[in-house]
Design a protein around this ligand. Sequence first.
Ligand SMILES: [Zn+2]
Ligand SMILES: [Zn+2]
Length: 185
Amino acid sequence: MVFAHDTEIALAAAAALVNTAPDSATGDEEELAGTGDLDRFVLAWGWTGRHCRDDAELLAVQALRPRLRRIWEVDQDEVVDIVNGLLREFRALPQLVKHDEWEYHLHATAPEAPLATRMAVEAAMAMVDVVRGGELARLGICQAPDCRDVVVDLSKNRSKRFCESGCGNRMAVAAYRARRSRDAG
Ligand SMILES: [Zn+2]
Ligand SMILES: [Zn+2]
């Protein structure tokens, strides 16, 4: 494990959230088009606490994505500015809590804070660990030529190059086909 368990989950969840955004450069479609999509995302990532299932909540979550994506794109000092800005804006107050099936972990917002606020602060708190650990190089962009999804590399040997949406398999199949056609020729 590179980071604490809750940090690793928060990083994966933040990357997954960023990667739901549409991208005109790659033709990636909006994956949080409706409140039902957000519902499924919240369930899939085990978000607890307030969840109103209305358009305002959906818009706030959608609007958070480009702010979080910047963390993957800028240098350390700018990452720090973004992270500190989020923690200040949402008045993060770290507390150890235990709920549902989870052992003690950090929450820095109240469970009744808006979903987008809790998502922002959880991502920011996880980034605090990344920066303090000198591990920013673990945040990258998918190496597949037609993909710009963000990647969190939590592997021991820092070998992760592709995002979670199947690019690794896709690239492996493409390489295999290229090899086969070369061998056949
Ligand atoms: Zn929790
Ligand atoms: Zn990808």
